[in-house]
Design a binder for this molecule. Structure first.
Ligand SMILES: CC(C)(COP(=O)(O)OP(=O)(O)OC[C@H]1O[C@@H](n2cnc3c(N)ncnc32)[C@H](O)[C@@H]1OP(=O)(O)O)[C@@H](O)C(=O)NCCC(=O)NCCS
Length: 174
């Protein structure tokens, strides 16, 4: 049985060890999410501490999926924008540990993140994802509109340039 919840800053800090495991597992599984291989859980600690700090200021919404009390998936909304874009949020780091995939957790995480963003007045969400990745196939199923491709945007974790595909979605108020 899975639980989806939005974390406070103290809850985010308490979950850092699990979040490190999830991120390291995804990078080692070949996901282009900002980091290069080799990448162990210890390498992820500073990153998750900065995310927890950002949760504290309200700049980031952090949603997690737990199974039996352990975090196995996560997604973030970057909520701090320039004054002329208060209605926009950046969806980031949708990650589900390999052993927990295919159970609908990404769909649940995305639904929860979109709802929380909408509640905060974020009527437009934007994301980018590696072109040709497993994730790219998922977003259209969740109602996201494909905008286009930027070539050579980032690198695969094992090396080599990868394109990125941009998506957006308008959220619906409750
Ligand atoms: C992308 C990812 C989050 C999907 O997680 P998941 O929990 O297995 O996804 P779900 O089970 O919720 O599936 C969501 C939908 O996508 C579909 N889907 C899942 N994996 C898919 C795949 N490899 N190819 C095509 N569709 C897929 C599912 O059928 C489901 O559709 P439905 O609800 O309409 O039936 C996971 O593969 C992952 O963490 N990948 C590595 C990290 C990454 O690349 N993140 C994206 C960063 S932008």
């Amino acid at each position: 049985m899975s639980t989806i919840r939005l974390l406070s800053a103290p809850e985010a800090r308490a979950a850092i060890a699990d979040l490190c495991d999830v991120l390291a597992d995804c990078v080692n599984g070949g996901a282009s999410v900002g980091f290069m291989q080799p990448y162990g859980p210890a390498d992820a600690e500073l990153y998750w501490q900065s995310v927890a700090d950002s949760v504290e200021t309200g700049a980031t919404l952090l949603v997690v999926a737990e199974i039996e009390g352990k975090v196995v998936g996560t997604v973030q909304i970057g909520a701090a924008q320039m004054p002329n874009q208060p209605h926009r949020g950046d969806l980031k780091k949708l990650l589900v540990q390999r052993s927990a995939r295919g159970k609908g957790l990404a769909r649940l995480l995305m639904t929860a993140a979109e709802r929380e963003a909408s509640r905060r007045g974020k009527t437009l969400l934007v994301l980018d994802t590696a072109t040709g990745s497993e994730a790219e196939a998922i977003y259209p199923r969740l109602g996201w509109q494909r905008v286009g491709v930027i070539p050579d945007y980032a690198m695969w974790p094992e090396g080599g340039l990868c394109d990125t595909t941009l998506f957006y979605k308008r959220t619906v108020a409750d």
